[in-house]
Write a protein that binds this ligand. Structure first.
Ligand code: NAI
Length: 330
């Protein structure tokens, strides 16, 4: 059997982690023959809760899970880690200004980025989930200059899965029959879910999503706003934010990093924009269509972009530039 890998989950006492940890520990993400040491990081007041999560993970009696280490120290948590899933962040409280929220999170991700820089393996794969995910990811990457920017990404897979599922339901097919939807930009309500390049398998025939759905008004209207507003709709209904679906998306994202994407398929994730893709400003973490091979992502280049898409891609980029400039000025 392989040597165990060290996987850190932050915000490990929270609700996303509660759905996520079991999937990781049973081998859904890193493979059924990969032993794991799970490191659970949260803030000091949550350590007693972490102890409970540790007991539950032990009680699952999972053969791949070699050790579970709870901690409130980022330096200790990130030591020699192979994968870090940064879920924990400061939630928006009532009456809190956006600037204050950004400031609180910038501080968290600066500290964690610096700890990764100092203690993690240089090959570590870092996935940022805590919101504002794109900007937090940028702050973490900038605070870890010795780790390649290629190793950082943020989660827009939940939005991607939401978009695929909406199209599948509309066409009356299962979600695995839909591929190559794209989420462009920020994991926020300005994100642009795009199906111009998506394909639907209709009775064995690969069909353009626009032809399969046969409802352009829906695709350019309610489809986009449903995906953009889905997180808010779930909070309204559940009184809590998405957790089960977020955990599933984290697993999909990390599994693709570890094992690659399927031939001819791309997925969406927030990655470092170096200034030469689709005219998006450089020095942003922007969600693009990517393909992954040998644990390395590559932006799918050269897809034709029409005026409708261009405007939406630029609007979400403008929001990210504003977030970045505010975060870096703090
Ligand atoms: P939660 O409030 O249940 O848990 C968050 C946990 O993070 C808490 O246990 C808290 O103590 C911990 N935490 C706070 N600061 C920390 C720090 N400095 N270090 C370590 N842990 C820290 O929240 P939930 O529902 O688990 O969501 C977590 C984050 O994920 C939120 O920011 C949420 O907005 C975001 N999210 C992102 C999604 C995406 O698609 N990118 C989807 C859904 C949620």
């Amino acid at each position: 059997m392989a040597e165990p890998i060290r996987v850190v989950v932050t915000g490990a006492a929270g609700q996303i982690a509660y759905s996520l940890l079991y999937s990781i520990a049973k081998g859904d993400v890193f493979g059924k023959d990969q032993p794991i040491v799970l490191v659970l990081l949260d803030i000091p007041p949550m350590v007693p809760v972490l102890e409970g999560v540790v007991m539950e993970l032990q009680d699952c009696a999972l053969p791949l899970l070699r050790e579970v280490l709870p901690t409130a120290s980022p330096d200790e948590a990130f030591k020699d880690c192979d994968a870090a899933i940064l879920v924990g962040s400061m939630p928006r409280k009532e009456g809190m200004e956006r600037k204050d929220l950004l400031k609180a999170n910038t501080n968290i991700f600066k500290v964690q980025g610096a700890a990764l820089d100092k203690f993690a393996k240089k090959t570590v794969k870092v996935l940022v989930v805590g919101n504002p995910a794109n900007t937090n990811c940028l702050v973490a990457a900038k605070s870890a200059p010795s780790i390649p920017k290629q190793n950082f990404s943020c989660l827009t897979r939940l939005d991607h899965n939401r978009a695929s599922s909406q199209v599948a339901m509309r066409c009356g097919v299962s979600s695995d029959k839909v591929k190559n939807v794209i989420i462009w930009g920020n994991h926020s309500s300005t994100q642009y879910p795009d199906v111009h390049h998506a394909k639907v398998d209709v009775n064995g025939a690969e069909t353009d999503a626009y032809d399969a759905v046969k409802d352009e008004a829906w695709l350019r209207g309610d489809f986009i706003s449903t995906v953009q507003q889905r997180g808010a709709a779930i909070i309204k209904a559940r009184k809590l934010s998405s957790a089960m679906s977020a955990a599933k998306a984290i697993c999909d994202h990390m599994r693709n990093i570890w094992f690659g994407t399927k031939e001819g398929e791309f997925i969406s994730m927030g990655v470092y924009a170096a200034g030469n893709s689709y005219g998006i400003a450089e020095d942003l973490i922007y969600s693009f269509p990517v393909q992954i091979k040998d644990k390395t992502w590559k932006i799918v280049d050269g897809l034709p972009i029409n005026d409708f898409s261009r405007k939406k891609m630029d609007a979400t980029a403008a929001e990210l530039v504003e977030e970045r400039d505010m975060a870096l000025s703090l």
